[in-house]
Design a protein around this ligand. Structure first.
Ligand code: PLP
Length: 411
């Protein structure tokens, strides 16, 4: 008899976005003529940059010729891409990385979900609350958590770090020991960032407690304020305790193209039961070379074009476009009397629901009255209840229309 990994049974029903889709489809079946604007799921709408498309086409042509065809590439990624990543995303900020410290992959979702495999099941993990659900769910599947408490909306054995209005959506250090700390800044869903000094507290905590920070900076490209750190390695000592996840998905519209990378410095150690340190970099390499066969050559060639002069300009223009949407949403909601967070250094706007309304209740009301779909904060964790996320990834026309509808129809 095939036996189940019963940890999967701990996961409550449907994934957040399936539940949203279900509600939208039900509403649309009753109101077929409604023009629904979707500012919910964090997917992009602008096409790939022309420089990226051209590079991908050229790479496909190369693959069709015997003299330039390529089979399996290096599991860690091609040097031509890794060199550009280091030269553009790190060196200008004073961060020096070895080529073997960067691992190219097909997405930050898989990397952030897979990375926990290296850690023992007795590690205590900490996550901000609200949080991008993948960190929690992947640890649940692995068996590192207790059961889901439906009343609390939280799992046992996880240390939740509340991000609330009171602390300005910035998590406080844990008060009980933790070993793995997931941080995501700029944050999904709150759209908030940490200053370098705030991030330093976490790096220092990790150094003092032999903990490891799993730092997701999928939204780094959206940072506008000079003083906000782009990488955790801008903080002294982070090389000893932090792994950083980045993605071309939102930076360059690769959600459907799939390319990301993870930095695992050689200085990070993880300990066995005898207290002996082991290189996390070596273990991740071992894991990737066993379970992953690399990203396709045309996709890596396309990702490398993100760093060409033309590519950079085109990508900057797209990010500017989304950030103008973010401004329109943030300002519009404020004018309409809502309390808002984020949207300055991130493509997400986190709003407080009016009159202490539950976030699913607000979801239904916004859909029914303004015909706008967002994401209920409760879907990101217990402390997301009473909040709602809108994304800046829509078209300008839809963003303006959505805000106008919210202003005029939501009373
Ligand atoms: N990390 C965060 C915080 C995200 O919000 C997302 C996507 O929404 C991802 C990772 C996934 O990125 P990718 O498309 O590279 O898998």
């Amino acid at each position: 008899m095939a036996k189940l990994n019963e940890n999967y049974l701990k996961l409550p029903g449907s994934y957040l976005f399936s539940e949203i889709a279900r509600r939208v489809n039900e509403f649309k079946s009753q109101h077929p003529n409604v023009d629904m604007i979707r500012l919910g799921i964090g997917d992009v709408t602008r096409p790939l940059a022309p420089a990226v498309v051209e590079a991908m086409k050229n790479a496909v042509d190369e693959m069709g010729k015997p003299e330039s065809f390529r089979g399996y590439g290096p599991e860690q990624g091609y040097d031509f891409l890794i060199e550009r990543i280091i030269a553009n995303d790190y060196r200008p900020r004073g961060i020096e990385l070895g080529k073997d410290e960067v691992f190219v992959s097909d997405g930050a979702k898989s990397d952030t979900a897979n990375f926990q495999e290296i850690f023992g099941l007795d590690n205590v993990m900490a996550v901000t609350d609200p949080v991008y659900p993948v960190y929690v769910d992947s640890n649940v599947m692995a068996g590192r958590t207790g059961m889901y408490d439906t009343e609390k909306g939280q799992y046992g054995k996880i240390v939740y770090l509340p991000c609330t209005e009171e602390n300005g959506m910035k998590p406080a250090l844990p008060t009980t020991p933790v070993d793995m700390i997931y941080l995501c800044f700029p944050n999904n869903p709150t759209g908030m960032t940490l200053t370098k000094e705030e991030l330093r507290l976490w790096v220092d905590y990790a150094r003092e407690n032999n903990a490891i920070i799993l730092f997701d900076s999928a939204y780094e490209a959206f940072i506008r304020e000079e003083e906000v750190p782009r990488s955790i390695y801008e903080v002294e000592g982070a090389r000893q305790v932090a792994v950083e996840f980045r993605s071309f998905s939102k930076t360059a519209g690769f959600t459907g193209t799939r390319c990301a990378y993870t930095v695992v410095p050689k200085d990070v150690l993880v300990y066995d039961s005898q207290g002996q340190g082991h290189s996390l970099n070596k273990l991740w390499l071992r894991r990737q070379t066993t379970k992953f066969n690399g990203v396709s050559y045309p996709v890596q060639a396309a990702a490398a074009a993100v760093y060409s002069e033309e590519g950079k300009k085109q990508i900057r223009a797209t990010i500017d476009y989304y950030m103008e949407n973010a401004r329109i949403i943030r300002e519009g909601l404020k004018e309409a009397g809502f309390k808002v967070f984020g949207g300055v250094n991130a493509p997400y706007i986190w709003m407080k629901t009016p009159h202490n309304m539950g976030s699913w209740e607000f979801f239904d009301k916004l859909m029914a009255e303004a015909h706008v779909v967002g994401t209920p904060g409760a879907g990101f964790g217990a402390n997301g209840e009473g909040y709602f996320r809108l994304t800046a990834f829509g078209t300008r026309e839809n963003t303006e229309k959505a805000i106008e509808r919210i202003k005029t129809r939501m009373k």
